[in-house]
Unconditional design. Structure first.
Length: 267
């Protein structure tokens, strides 16, 4: 029988940003099942509390951390408080993100900056804050959430594409910077994931366009991302760093996506 102890996260503390719902909550539940104590971040207290209750209902340990990841002046204080209260901070999942759909002529600098701040600058700021306690304790794991848009593109979401390309570069830069301190930094590249927020696409041409462009011919569930996160957070991935692991059903087998009319216009 295979020895799976290297995948255990018992005794470790994990912070998941944007973990109150959707993919972030799936990450939190999976890390908790593997044994980690969870700190679930959301900018809404009720959402963070509900997520913690969901983790606790399955036998896990969780506490909320209510703050905005783009409140850069206070991030370090929030992270320092988590590490101080729980005694350590082993795993960070940079999941918080937003997407604004608009053609370039309607996508002004305030919206562009908001997406970059949330999806890229916050990844750096939270990682930087978490690196200090991780260094002090002798190591850690940082997992960034990228996208198929980290290595491809499509019209109408230019700020998101720019941010997710930046996440890949940031992942590699952080891996080089933090590797000597036994801190690994990797990214997960989700394909098209069916969550409550996008169930409105069911039965639309866009749903079918995604299926047509995905070799596995379907959308993924949030839970299908979580095994990758547990692996990257565990000792089993102790020599894996600076990588983007695509979980996209094969969509990015080609480096450039030539979008159909439906896939280019909607999402």
């Amino acid at each position: 029988m295979a020895d799976l102890s290297a995948f255990s996260l018992e005794g470790r503390v994990a912070l998941v940003t944007g973990g109150g719902r959707g993919i972030g909550l799936s990450f939190a539940k999976a890390l908790a099942k593997a044994g980690a104590a969870l700190v679930i971040n959301d900018f809404r207290a009720d959402t963070a509390d509900e997520a913690c209750h969901a983790v606790e209902a399955m036998g896990g340990k969780a506490r909320p951390a209510v703050f905005d990841v783009t409140d850069f002046d206070r991030l370090e204080a929030h992270v320092d408080g988590i590490a101080r209260d729980l005694g350590r901070l082993d795993i960070l999942v940079n999941n918080a993100g937003i997407l604004i759909r608009a053609p370039i002529e309607d996508h002004g600098m305030p919206d562009f900056t908001r997406v970059i701040d949330t999806n890229l600058n916050a990844v750096y700021a939270v990682s930087r804050a978490c690196a200090r306690p991780m260094k002090a304790q002798g190591g850690g794991r940082i997992i960034n959430v990228g996208s198929v848009m980290s290595i491809s593109s499509r019209p109408g979401i230019i700020s998101y594409v720019a941010a997710k390309h930046g996440v890949l570069g940031l992942t590699r830069g952080l891996a080089a910077e933090l590797g000597p301190y036994n801190i690994t930094v990797n990214a997960i590249g989700p394909g098209y994931i069916l969550t409550e927020m996008n169930r409105h696409v069911l039965g639309t041409p866009f749903e079918q366009a995604v299926i047509d462009r995905t070799p596995m011919a379907r959308w993924a569930s949030p839970e299908e991302l979580t095994g990758t996160a547990v692996f990257l957070a565990s000792d089993a991935a102790g020599f894996v760093t600076g990588q983007l692991l695509m979980v996209d059903g094969g969509m990015t087998s080609n480096s450039i996506l030539v979008e159909s009319e439906n896939l280019g216009a909607s999402s």
